[in-house]
Structures are given as structure tokens and as C-alpha cells.
Design a protein around this ligand. Structure first.
Ligand code: SF4
Length: 406
């Protein structure tokens, strides 16, 4: 008996991702008062010339609206979007034309109750914040600004107070690998809609030497599967987490020890032991149901996901700076649907190396952004996945989870 068989493990939007994205991220500015170790935007302190103006920004929001219903979620990011004087006007405009709006501010003095209230009143539904260490020392050292931890935690509380939903983001690097269970506990105590764990892509200020190893990726993702039974957890640029969720669910159903099958290493054992010591696992639902709170979403760069740079270039993701076109010159809808780059990214049969041969390519596909950063090809092999296609021993149990309609 397989209790999960009738359930789709990897959530898909109800509409065709060839037609419209699930999520549009707009880099409203690269101005930011932080100088984080891994910053994609290589932020500077002032708004750069060439950044989309208020009017150009509104035209962009009009273009997003033209994808039709259900409207994509719009996330205003940066840099720090609160560095733009017109940010509340843009949130209000997007809301007025029917777009679900969210904002992703930085942990600086601008992350205050007054600004959060203005964002909420302008119509923002949610916001995301970043915490990369469980203590002020660990987080501030990573963010390179003293006081950032406190400002972020205070902003987190203020967001709850004004009624904004919070997604908490954490970037996994070798600096905070051992701290992850403590961060989990902090997130659990503070309360969130989702904990999004981001796996570094070596672009911007993010460097290969900051990344954890492919084996550690596997270990962290397997631990996240366990943690995901207590909290809604997702990964960003960690697409093979979807493969791990399917494998681990099958092993759970069969009552098989995951360690030998998944090749789990010391990092997993350490994270798991610390987690059991630190996290509050007394939740009755966790004990009884032992299943994930929320399954991952089937979106990837250019496939359900689109990133608009501050200058209006249309990228498949913020970590793949290859433009399919520009919203200053063309239609976002046409670029997303018809540009060869975006169409190629939505064709897993074109993927190279192990990803192209892999039975998980339609549900996982690897991080296209990391593949691009490391191999130079948007359809290259995901270099930080250790899976050998066809090697999972329960292929028969796997088949129902891999069906796709492409
Ligand atoms: S080989 Fe590629 S498609 Fe297969 S699980 Fe790994 S990242 Fe995903």
C-alpha cells in the first residue's frame, strides 16, 4: 500500500508554464546598504543610472498583467527595494491592476515598521528576509554589516505585527553549514510561511570556494527533507531537492533506511543529531504523520520563473544573466513564450550530460543557473548533483512520480 501514490509530490501550477510564469522577480535597483559575501547584484550604495524609471516600471507591471489570469506573483527585489523612493507607488500600482505583490528588503535601518506598514497598505501580501546565521556574530559577519541580524529580526517581528506573511531565506555556504539546525530553530521559534534554503550559484560576489561540496549538498537536502516534516521548507537553486523528496518518500513508504541508498555522509548525521537535539519535534502531527508539510514547486529558470534586471533585461533567473530580450524594446509575454533561450530551457530533452539522461529531468532538471555559471551552457549538466541516472534501486516505485505531460 502506497499512501502517497495518489498525491502529486512535486506541485505544479494548474496552468501551462509555456504560457505564463508562476513568478516574476523584478530587480528594482542594485542600490543596497549591505555588502554581502554572496551578493548576486554586486550591490552599490546608490541607484544606478539606466535603472527602470517609475513610468518604465509601471509599463513592466502592465506587461506582467498581460500574461492573463491567474496572474504571476511579482516579487520586488534588489539590491534593497526600499532604496527606491517610488517603491510604495509601484506596489500600489501592481496591486491596482490585479497582481499579487511581494517585496524582498534588506536588513538595514530601512527595514522598519513604518516602511513595512506602507508596503502592507500599498497592497503587498508577503515579504522575504534573509538570515544566514543564528546569532548576530555569525549573520553580521556574513552580511558584513554590524547590526544587520538585529534589524532583520526586528523587521521580521514588525512584519508579523503589520500582517505581512514572511518567507525566510538562508544561503548555505561552508561558513554556516554547521549552524543550519540552529537557524532552523530560530525560524521555528519566530514563525514563517516558508523557509527557503538557497544553494549558492557562483555569480556576482558568490564564489566557488564559498560553496559546500556536492556530497554536502546531498546531505543538507536529505536533512531538509527531515526538517520539512516540521515546517514548510523549499530550496532555491537546489532543484535536485525534488529528486531527493521523491526518493525519500518512497524509502519512507517502504520502511527502508535511507543512509545506504542515498549515500548519506557525516554532514547528514551531524545535522540530523543536532536537529533532534535542538528542534522542537514534539509536534503530534509530526510524530503521527511523518510527512512533509509542503511539497516543492515544479519551476525552474525560464520555466515558470522569469527575472527582470534593473535595466529591463529579461533573464531566466537572477543567476543566469543571459537575456532573452528587453522589456524596453519588446513584449515580456513574447520573450517568455517565444525566445529560443526560454524555449530551450523548457525542453529537458535538450539538457546535457547526466541531466539529459536522467529519469528525474522532467521534475528536477538541476539548477540551470548553476549549470550555466559552471559550464557556460544554459542546458549544461548540473555540476553539484551526485546522482547517477538510473541508479535508484526502486525504479518501479519511482515511475508514478515521474510521469509528465510535456
Ligand atoms: S542528474 Fe540532473 S536531472 Fe538528474 S537528479 Fe541530478 S540535477 Fe536532477
Amino acid at each position: 500500500m502506497h499512501p502517497h501514490r495518489d498525491r502529486t509530490l512535486i506541485r505544479r501550477p494548474v496552468y501551462d508554464l509555456d504560457e505564463r510564469p508562476f513568478m516574476v522577480i523584478w530587480e528594482t535597483t542594485n542600490a543596497c546598504d549591505l555588502a554581502c559575501r554572496h551578493c548576486r547584484a554586486e550591490a552599490i550604495s546608490e541607484v544606478e543610472p539606466g535603472t527602470l524609471t517609475t513610468e518604465e516600471g509601471k509599463r513592466l507591471l502592465d506587461q506582467i498583467e498581460q500574461f492573463g489570469k491567474p496572474r504571476p506573483i511579482v516579487i520586488l527585489t534588489g539590491g534593497d527595494p526600499f532604496k527606491r523612493d517610488d517603491i510604495f507607488e509601484l506596489i500600489a500600482y501592481g496591486t491596482e491592476i490585479g497582481l499579487p505583490m511581494a517585496v524582498s528588503p534588506s536588513g538595514t535601518p530601512l527595514l522598519n515598521r513604518e516602511n513595512l506598514l506602507k508596503a502592507k497598505e500599498a497592497g503587498a501580501k508577503a515579504m522575504s528576509l534573509s538570515i544566514d546565521g543564528s546569532t548576530p556574530e555569525l549573520h553580521d559577519n556574513f552580511r558584513r554589516v554590524e547590526g544587520s541580524f538585529r534589524m532583520t529580526v526586528d523587521g521580521w517581528q514588525a512584519a508579523h505585527d503589520v500582517g505581512l506573511k514572511v518567507q525566510l531565506n538562508t544561503t548555505v555556504t561552508r561558513y554556516n553549514l554547521a549552524d543550519l539546525p540552529n537557524i532552523f530553530k530560530l525560524v521555528q521559534d519566530m514563525g514563517v510561511m516558508t523557509w527557503s534554503v538557497f544553494f549558492l550559484v557562483p555569480t556576482g560576489r558568490g564564489k566557488v570556494e564559498d560553496e559546500v561540496t556536492p556530497q554536502e549538498y546531498e546531505d543538507v537536502m536529505n536533512w531538509l527533507y527531515d526538517a520539512g516534516k516540521l515546517m514548510s521548507v523549499k530550496t532555491t537553486e537546489g532543484h535536485h531537492y525534488k529528486r531527493i523528496v521523491i526518493q525519500r518518500t518512497i524509502l519512507d513508504e517502504l520502511g527502508v533506511d535511507p543512509s545506504p541508498v542515498m549515500g548519506l555522509g557525516e554532514t547528514y548525521e551531524r545535522l540530523r543529531a543536532d536537529f533532534e537535539r535542538i528542534a522542537d519535534t514534539s509536534n503530534a502531527r509530526y510524530v503521527e504523520e511523518d510527512r512533509m508539510r509542503r511539497s516543492p514547486m515544479h519551476i525552474n529558470a525560464g520555466n515558470g520563473f522569469v527575472f527582470i534586471s534593473r535595466r529591463g533585461e529579461v533573464f531566466p533567473s537572477g543567476f543566469m544573466p543571459v537575456a532573452g530580450g528587453s522589456v524596453k524594446e519588446g513584449s515580456l509575454v513574447d520573450i517568455y513564450r517565444d525566445s529560443p533561450l526560454f524555449q530551450e530551457l523548457r525542453s529537458p530533452d535538450l539538457y546535457e550530460g547526466r541531466c539529459g539522461m536522467c529519469e528525474f529531468r522532467f521534475v528536477c532538471g538541476g539548477s540551470r543557473s548553476r549549470a550555466y555559471a559552471v559550464t557556460g551552457s544554459p542546458v549544461g549538466e548540473e555540476p553539484f548533483c551526485t546522482y547517477e541516472p538510473g541508479s535508484f534501486p526502486y525504479q518501479e516505485e519511482l515511475a508514478p512520480y515521474l510521469s509528465h505531460d510535456e
